[in-house]
Design a protein around this ligand. Structure first.
Ligand code: HEM
Length: 215
């Protein structure tokens, strides 16, 4: 664990690089995705406001979506595999049990959930695990829609082309819900923001268990 005075390093560099590239890529993917959706809506009652879409028209939306897709996927896969190999997930996101989630959720709802520096609570753990699974699923269902012949087998996992489209849409909606909740939580505990840029946090609470205390 790196320590300087009362500061400890809580986020490894590769997590921070992934995180900020991912935040920008995700917004561009969602906005260009909404442009593509509007050209052929899944639900007749739902159309996204033009001001929230990217690309200007269907062709432009597709170009943004396919260009940013490479950045999103390569960034996600590097983060995912390095996190597994380095033990980041094992240390920072596990263990997490239904009981610990219920306990921390109860504390959060009563405004009594302390934020230990360098330690994700169970609600954070399950929501980060959830959004990582959603991003991997949005990637796989996207492959099945993009190249439906070449990736037929993946398409079958989602019940065919239309199934993959629905799963892609549902994952996008849940990722949007995550982003809103994530931003509200960062606004409630703003001291978590700078460490996600610099990696360093002031040690003001127990740090034995934790989000990677990085060397
Ligand atoms: C401007 C937008 C965003 C801000 C300000 C932000 C802020 C943060 C902060 C401060 C943390 C660390 C929390 C802590 O230490 O307690 C964090 C972690 C995380 N955020 Fe974000 N975030 C943003 C966008 C996103 C997006 C769009 C996603 C994914 C869809 C995302 C996924 C994650 C994940 C998975 C982690 C845990 C990373 C790890 O430890 O491996 N964030 N975020």
């Amino acid at each position: 664990m790196s320590k300087i005075g009362d500061k400890i390093k809580i986020h490894p560099l590769y997590v921070r690089i992934f995180h900020w590239i991912n935040a920008v890529a995700m917004v561009l993917m969602i906005m260009s995705g909404w442009q593509i959706y509007n050209a052929s809506p899944l639900f007749e009652w739902l159309e996204f406001p033009r001001s929230l879409t990217l690309g200007g028209w269907l062709g432009g939306g597709l170009q943004f979506h396919f260009a940013v897709m490479w950045v999103f996927v390569i960034n996600l896969l590097i983060y995912f595999f390095v996190s597994i190999l380095s033990g980041h997930y094992r240390r920072s996101m596990f263990p997490v049990t239904p009981m610990s989630i219920l306990r921390d959720l109860g504390k959060a709802l009563r405004g009594r959930l302390p934020h230990d520096v360098g330690h994700y609570n169970s609600v954070q753990k399950i929501s980060y695990i959830g959004v990582i699974v959603l991003m991997l699923t949005v990637f796989l269902s996207g492959l099945a829609i993009w190249k439906s012949v070449q990736f037929q087998t993946i398409g079958l996992l989602f019940g065919g082309y239309e199934g993959a489209r629905l799963v892609h849409f549902i994952c996008m909606s849940l990722i949007c819900a995550f982003i809103v909740m994530h931003l509200v939580l960062v606004a409630i505990v703003p001291s978590t923001f700078i460490p996600m840029i610099t990696g360093w946090a002031r040690k003001s609470a127990p740090v034995e268990k934790g989000v990677d205390h990085v060397a």
